[in-house]
Design a protein around this ligand. Sequence first.
Ligand code: CMP
Length: 507
Amino acid sequence: MTDSWFLFAGFVLAVIVVAGFLRLAPLAPRRRLRRSVILLGFYAGALVLSAAQHWFHAPALATGLQIAGDLIQSLLVINLVTTAVFDLLLRACRIEYPDILHDVVVGAAYVLAFGLLMHRVGVNVTSIVATSAVVTAVVGLSLQATLGNVVGGLSLQLDDSVNEGDWIELENKTQGQVKQIRWRHTVIETRDWDTLLVPNGQLMTQAFRVLGKRTGQPVQRRTWVYFNVDFRFAPGDVIRTVDDALQSAPIEGTALEPKAHCICYDLAGDNRDSYCYYAVRYWLTDLARDSGTSSRVRERIYAALKRAQIPLAIPAKAVFVSQDDLEHRDRKRLKEFDSRLAALAAIDLFANLSEEEQRTLAASARLAPFSAREVITRQGAKAHWLYVLLKGRALVRVATSEGDERQVALLEAPNFFGEMALMTGQPREATVIAETDVECLRVDRTDLEGIIQQRPEIATEISGVLAERRVELAAVREGLDAEAKRKRLTTEHSRILNSIRDFFALK
Ligand code: CMP
């Protein structure tokens, strides 16, 4: 009897030691130790009852308590050993194992311990199992589905076909992320915030897709975004326009490699429509955020097409009723012209031009919208246009000698940029990126050249503005103080004026 109490004390000590180690490993699950504590309670109960049994004079009770005590001892040993091995040792060695493996090992050890104990007390377990065919059949049949699920869960985890965190698509097209593979079912969370419990047996018998997974490749999924443009616009032009916009700057949530690109995948859709069918294919990196990312891609497509004055197709079957006579068209054109003229006159670079000169520029200036985060012009590129910022904000960034990029200015409408390279023939001095959705007017180099040729003194006015901006850039790149900036301004002014004169061959 005293031996049993010593053994009990030993178990208590072992539980305390394991619990102490579990505390040191913050990620280890503590719930498994709870089972040992409960078993300790039963063990203590059995010991107390054994101590009191001589009052009852029931030998059968004594034997029962003895067997129960032995069984609890074995279960306690199994529990403590498996907790130490799985939760402490394997975790300390950073060996990943599926939860279900632990449960199977413990379950098998319990059955073995029970069998051995029965054998020791003279019960022939094998013959009971073998001879009770009816019991076996009933148990087998009733557990068929459950066993199927358990085996399914085990094989799913052990053959590594699906892991927690994977996105899968079931046969019925439901998509979701695998959160847990449990004994009987797999827990899947869908994008609609639903939780789906799929029996493991079912997962084993149906073909399902593991989304975005390829051996040796990052997890990303090809996603399609559709749009249509009518036949007046050549597919080559549409594809080039959209490809340029997609690849000019990264779009949040899409992979850099493979690059997002546009294809024309059908002409006229079975001759029913009078437009081409296009699709942009991009690789989605965060599979949970498919619609938001597709929406950003659509914004980029929309802005690129608008800039290139390529309208999205309108269903050909629709009947348009609009007042589109000559007078109406003229009125519309005049209104657009007036607003372009007002925008040009409002910025200081053109404020000193005569009204006639401003009108010449306004007549040829083109509207160019950009979506947020799009690169409008890149450092080092050749200049074709000067941009007048009508709406939104744009960031001016410059690559420093250390190789990183620094912001030098935040331009807010009404403003202008892209004049430096345009006026001097040098490559673009900085990269300009749309911070918000932006609307610009593009002023063509040749139109500006025509005006400067006619009135060369404009070059002097413009070079003053250019010099100020260039000194700001130099201050960022070279860390100039106020005095150095002031000196640099004077030299830059005459240098820029000379390069404008050279570039436009002015006298
Ligand atoms: P460009 O060199 O043609 O192209 C990049 C443009 O960024 C440049 O012309 C200027 O219009 C603009 N830019 C460069 N530095 C500044 C600055 N310090 N402040 C405002 N705009 C700038």
